[in-house]
Design a protein around this ligand. Sequence first.
Ligand SMILES: [Ca+2]
Length: 275
Amino acid sequence: VTASVRRRAFALAACAVLWAAGCGGSDQGGPTTGETTATVGTADAPVTLTYEVVDEHPHDSGAFTQGLLRVGSRFFESTGMYGRSDVRIVDVASGRVLKRHRIPDAQFGEGLTLHEGRLFQLTWKNGVGHTYDARTLRPGEGWRYRGEGWGLTTVGDELVQSDGTATLRILDPASLTVTREIRVRLRGRAVTGLNELEDMGDGTVWANIWPTDRVVVIDLASGAVVATLDLSQLKARQPAGAETNGIARNTAAGTVHVTGKYWNAVYELRVRPSP
Ligand SMILES: [Ca+2]
């Protein structure tokens, strides 16, 4: 499957959900608009990225953010902690929680992604995944997996899962089986702590690195980190105990939203290579 076909498929899937979620408006461009990272480095010469904050939105400072993605004017967000985990639909502009679904108290919510109108949510050490109708948050059939669940994103017709190690698992969304694995390396060295993920639609997946404020840009074909982004200046604006986690691409604007666990804001960034 070529990249352009994948992008078209993704755009169709995203539009289907937009329609289903009833979130019309003019801010929903396809993934072909607004390339987020026009320039990335190479495995041998990863680029340092810098950013400009172009907007800032309220975020529930009680949310232990584990998964974040944007469709139109809504965020889909997954939160963690035992007894408090949920999946929620959030209005981007106001930060208001429009709809939420709690998961069992004994489960710790983790990564979240969307594929063809279905949300997929991981749990940390429970080995249980949940699916939901993206419009209603009505639970569908779940699945079980080995090891831990950390981050999740959708690349074309595949899901990409992190588990806190340096290995990404590629899943078939229909069978939820692992079809292959990718080892992530920065200048040849394994990058552990891969956490929340975001497909950028350009062959790269971004990942928060736990427990740091660093984001790595991963070339999915090779697993090489081709760029890095330091969010410590944004984390410094947050209360003590807040942790950096959560990346959501704004396909229409070519920008990236970032937030964290217990952050009171979601920042919208325009990112470029550091001069
Ligand atoms: Ca994400």
